[in-house]
Ligand binder design. Sequence first.
Ligand SMILES: Nc1nc2c(c(=O)[nH]1)N[C@H]1C(S)=C(S)[C@@H](COP(=O)(O)O)O[C@H]1N2
Ligand SMILES: [Mo]
Length: 184
Amino acid sequence: MSDLEPHAVPDAVLEALGLEDDPGAFDPYTVDSDGWNLEVSGAVTDPLSLSRRDLESFPFETATEDFDCVEGWRADDLAWRGVRVERVLERAGPVADEPHALVRALDGDYACSFPLERLSTALLALELDGEPLPLEHGGPARLVPLDDDDDCWESIKWVSAIEIGDDPFGGDDTAKERALSRLE
Ligand SMILES: Nc1nc2c(c(=O)[nH]1)N[C@H]1C(S)=C(S)[C@@H](COP(=O)(O)O)O[C@H]1N2
Ligand SMILES: [Mo]
């Protein structure tokens, strides 16, 4: 597996996935619509609720990226595989004039805002290095931005929702603050 740092899976994630009694029971292939869905909502013509199986019906792409964390570690040549966010947005039909998106995760209020154009090119990764994405690295799905200057906190583990709107969701954008608070 990769050189990503191991981090504890927060209780909120285990609870959301019904794994509080047995974290080892996580099986990315059988996460069903009772356990996890990716919600796409807000300023869209067709709000979506996509199960893992629904995501598998989209074309998959692979991207190999190095990962740098502000805490001072790095992991080289991570091979992510999954669905380009653009493919999902095509189905949802964003309608905002200057669209932004807030990407939410299962660990409480962890969320990150993106201009929609930038988010479109990111990958919703379901696999890492040829294996289903493990829970500790963000399974069932992790948002992996693919531009050159992305920050570590924008690589969002346990993605649960993408909310489209007209403003940059400043007040809800907690990811940077949460990541930088770990430096203290
Ligand atoms: N949902 C969620 N995603 C997250 C974080 C988090 O706390 N919650 N931390 C971010 C930060 S700062 C880093 S460096 C990476 C760490 O990824 P890893 O645990 O797979 O090493 O996850 C990013 N994505
Ligand atoms: Mo980080």
